[in-house]
Design a protein around this ligand. Sequence first.
Ligand SMILES: C[S@@+](CC[C@H](N)C(=O)[O-])C[C@H]1O[C@@H](n2cnc3c(N)ncnc32)[C@H](O)[C@@H]1O
Length: 255
Amino acid sequence: MSAVMSSASTDTAWRELHEAATVPYKKGGSFAWHFARGKLGRDPVFRGLLERGLVGAQHQRVVDIGCGQGLFASLLASMSAMQKKGRWPSSWSTTPAAADYTGIELMPKDVARAQASIGHLQPTPQLVCGDMCSAALPDCDLVVILDVLHYVDLEAQEGVLQRVRSALAGGGNPQARLLLRVGDASSRRGFAISQWVDRTVTRIRGHKVSPTWGRPLADWKALLQRLGFRVQSIPMSEGTPFANVLLVADLEAAA
Ligand SMILES: C[S@@+](CC[C@H](N)C(=O)[O-])C[C@H]1O[C@@H](n2cnc3c(N)ncnc32)[C@H](O)[C@@H]1O
């Protein structure tokens, strides 16, 4: 990894990163390409993670649960490439030089789109078609779960988080981290809007629309603390009508 950091403005660097991370989706077809461009451009979470230095070089082994078409894998690879070229703003932290990425996704069509688009990246992303409630979670340094847990009931959510805790602890990295974005059910209007959008998108994608399960922010934090995480919450729905919150949960032992 080059230690050379350019002083490029973060807006310019973000545009470059957006372009680089979405280019692979041209291989996956028109839907994959447009979806990647829209999602990466409009969802504040991706740039938010970067600007706050929440993904560090020490987060080498990454598990992305409910990965969809694997946008986070493409982002990691493009971030690494920009750093190698020295095109990285000095205010942004270094991210993994070559992340070992495992994406777990329930929907076979999403996995196929991910495979067609980013299957060629190096190191090769592992794309697993499976249910997060039962799929094996490899030992890792970073788990990312963005807008996924509400698809399963409260008991199943806790089961997933317990297994995430074990996978992070098993990795042996004292800086292991879970990045979990959820809706805050205590913010009724924003939560209702995100549920409505979620159902509509699910229907448009041709999937059966199932009920969703939320918790107020305080309950999410209490659950994570009970499972042995140190938690901070960051509002993460800027520029959208949602009530999304990013929970940054570090293993308690890392305190
Ligand atoms: C709102 S999308 C978020 C996708 C991705 N995390 C992102 O931020 O771009 C939720 C994803 O979770 C997946 N999902 C839902 N239930 C799941 C389960 N039980 N196991 C694995 N993935 C699941 C959906 O198929 C969908 O791709």
